[in-house]
Design a protein around this ligand. Sequence first.
Ligand SMILES: C[S@@+](CC[C@H](N)C(=O)[O-])C[C@H]1O[C@@H](n2cnc3c(N)ncnc32)[C@H](O)[C@@H]1O
Length: 311
Amino acid sequence: MTTAGAYAEFGSREARGASPTYERLSQAVARDDALLALLDGLPPAKRQPNLLFGVVRWLGGPVGDPDAFHDFVVTHWPAVEAELLTRATQTNEAGRCAVLLPVLAALPQPLALLEVGASAGLCLYPDRYAYRYSGHRVGSGEPVLECVANGLVPPARVPQVVWRAGLDLNPLDVTDPGDVSWLDALIWPEHAHRRARLRAAAAVAAADPPLLVRGDLVDDLPALAARAPTDATLVVFHTSVLYQVPLARREAFVRLVRGLPGHWIANEGPEVLRYDGLPDPPNDALHNVLALDGKPLAWARGHGQEMTWFG
Ligand SMILES: C[S@@+](CC[C@H](N)C(=O)[O-])C[C@H]1O[C@@H](n2cnc3c(N)ncnc32)[C@H](O)[C@@H]1O
């Protein structure tokens, strides 16, 4: 797909209905030959809308007015380019724990959680957050994660977690204000509730920081999994990660994770991890597929705001 096509699709499929600011901005970039030429000078993975918009926000630039955005990017291109080349989209969305929770709570307890592509590790605390599934409250504490649950009986309680560890090519540190402000810059402009959720979840993680290991989800998974306590159920999981991993490495990861003891939870786009016989998604919005040990169970919206159970 061309860069213009990627921005147009981002506007119409991802931002529409979720961020009028980014919908307008991505459609404007899709028609902006000067910005497209600058972006096309970068490696493909560095041209993405979320990365560009996050970098401009991080640098204090305007995203509300496409003309001002254009001027800022053109004028500050050396700084924008440098940040695009060194940073990555590492959005860490604690809200995705609302999608994981029903599966985690149904596994033999206690759990040893190992998240690959953990970013700052905010999804490693499903037992510390509270949840409201279509009004039904589970757990206590902050943040409270709201999830519209279709066809799902919400779990009675949160799981018991005795070990938590994350693996990431570039782990972020919730105790580092610079890392937290990058996570903040990646949140879309109108999403004040997600910004508040980031602060609350980062406080939970900072009070008891997770074991985060720098490494690759294929090369370094066996060694980290071997550190998990053997008297707990090992759960290797990932949410919105494998789209960043080339196909051959994705396949290697799936072979590897299937050979580990314990369970494997995937929450990824249907084009990223493919399953036979998926029902149609409930609507046109982008969805992940939640799966346990390779069996698809539910459609899940990207930030954990809604799930539709079919498993
Ligand atoms: C979009 S973030 C999602 C973070 C978190 N899973 C969540 O849902 O909030 C994807 C993360 O995967 C990491 N990642 C990408 N490729 C990886 C790889 N080969 N091995 C380990 N981590 C990887 C990135 O560094 C990034 O932090």
